[in-house]
Design a protein around this ligand. Structure first.
Ligand SMILES: C[S@@+](CC[C@H](N)C(=O)[O-])C[C@H]1O[C@@H](n2cnc3c(N)ncnc32)[C@H](O)[C@@H]1O
Length: 442
């Protein structure tokens, strides 16, 4: 048999799982190649079928566990096998978060980031029903004569057949079947592309993207669904600027979440960025301020500030805070939140923080402390230009440990030590890693 044929042999093979890849799959070596094995955990012996190749790696699926890891648990989700929304339901929560911490530590070691003075215990929160943001795919499968609404299948292009999702906010997670029936009953059932889910503390919104105009009957059915299930209903006939609310008919296109510790109510539009896990978000803001210990006379800069999720709590504690953000709609939402909460010491600016910023008006003053909460690609431009801001302390909140490790090395090289580092359980059952690091000038 040729080597190529042997690699893709349909025959199940026995494998020793030696590690965990960054997408949550176990890793094994097979004929000198790295094999990513779905549904396996480090330390396990499994039987797996090789499914194909992804980039340079072979991909396999566990069909039988011969020797189970002590971390293996019965998945809390009935769809764990088929749905790509999560990938770690078969691993205990404790082991999941410890593996995430270990991953951050390994990336720091690989980048030769100086050892933090203290690794802080992971910040923990709810394991189910926490997901406040999601994009659900919609697909009519002719062969099955079924309309499906949900996340994609694992390794597949198709939408998984889900009746419920225990990870999604229950307002929607427990109503997936009803949602499937609603969309399946529309005249335009084949022309609904996706549904965005966005939840605040007390209300949840669905934004239905439709590719053709909707009949009156369809519009009425969507409105009735919102009324029956207490969901805010929005339609999106085109680009983002076409999103509009149809239920309740009050023209108030806002959801909200409270930050009671700071006496704040944050308003947002369903399409705005908000942190996915409300309980962890509150704990994260609390921890950020505990670590930063801002003083009443301080001036603080909050980069990648979004709608002011950290900026407004900081404003409650310091003399002045400046937020900078690359989405114009987020900047205007931050301004709106300043007014809504009657805050007088916060200012917001629009800027692309991946570009040089020395000439920006907000970069012409010095700050006592800097908070950075960038998107997945990190904050390399900021880390390379810290002398412009010159903070005594830097708090870095990250959703990607790889870009964090790169930037932490740059920040350390700019004359900062790492006082504290830790992970937060923002995305249980997924491979996403949220981290926080506190730097202090040496
Ligand atoms: C992880 S979110 C954090 C938002 C906010 N700190 C929060 O807690 O809700 C990252 C933010 O970075 C913004 N962003 C993405 N690319 C950017 C860029 N090139 N320049 C400035 N901001 C950017 C996004 O719009 C988003 O608001």
């Amino acid at each position: 048999m040729s080597r190529k044929k042997r690699l893709f042999s349909p025959e199940p093979i026995e494998l020793e799982i030696t590690g965990l890849y960054n997408d949550g799959r176990g890793t094994a070596e097979h004929l000198g190649k790295l094999l990513l094995v779905e549904g396996s955990l480090p330390g396990e012996k499994v039987i797996a079928e090789i499914k194909g190749k992804k980039k340079k790696n072979l991909v396999a699926k566990t069909t039988e566990v011969l020797v189970a890891s002590p971390d293996r648990v019965e998945p809390a989700c009935p769809n764990a096998e088929i749905c790509s929304g999560c990938c770690l339901h078969h691993q205990s929560n404790d082991a999941q978060i410890l593996a995430k911490q270990a991953r951050l530590q390994a990336l720091f070691a690989a980048e030769e980031v100086p050892e933090p003075e203290q690794w802080i215990e992971p910040l923990l929160g709810p394991k189910l029903g926490y997901r406040n943001k999601a994009r659900l795919g919609v697909r009519y499968v002719q062969k099955k004569e079924k309309l499906l609404v949900g996340f994609r299948e694992k390794n597949g292009r198709y939408v998984a057949e889900l009746d419920s999702c225990p990870v999604l906010t229950p307002a929607v997670g427990e109503r997936l079947l009803a949602l499937r029936e609603l969309i399946g009953g529309l005249d335009a059932f084949e022309r609904i592309a996706q549904i965005e889910v966005s939840a605040g503390d007390t209300q949840t919104a669905l934004v239905v993207r439709h590719l053709d105009g909707l009949s009156d009957a369809d519009q009425q059915a969507l409105i009735k669904f919102g009324e029956q299930h207490d969901l805010h209903m929005y339609l999106q006939p085109g680009g983002l600027n076409t999103v509009h609310k149809v239920w309740p008919a009050d023209n108030i296109e806002r959801l909200s979440y409270a930050l009671p510790q700071f006496n704040l109510e944050m308003l947002f539009h369903p399409m705005d960025f908000t942190q996915v896990n409300a309980e962890i978000n509150q704990k994260m803001i609390h921890q950020a301020l505990e670590w930063l210990q801002p003083k009443p006379q301080d001036t603080v800069l909050d980069l990648f500030c979004g709608l002011g999720n950290f900026t407004l709590p900081i404003a409650r504690k310091v003399a002045a805070v400046v937020g900078v953000e690359g989405s114009e709609s987020a900047v205007s939402r931050a301004d709106e939140n300043v007014k809504h909460n009657q805050i007088g010491n916060a200012a917001f600016h629009y800027a692309d923080l991946f570009e040089p910023f020395a000439e920006q008006p907000w970069a012409k003053q010095k700050y006592d402390a800097l908070l950075i909460d960038p998107p997945r690609s990190g904050a390399e431009e900021v880390a390379n230009n810290l002398h412009l801001i010159d903070p005594d302390k830097i708090l870095y909140v990250s959703c990607n440990p790889t870009s964090l490790a790169r930037d932490a090395k740059l920040i350390a090289n700019a004359g900062y030590k790492i006082k504290k580092a830790g992970v937060l359980d923002m995305f249980p059952h997924t491979a996403h890693v949220e981290s926080m690091v506190l730097f202090e000038r040496i």
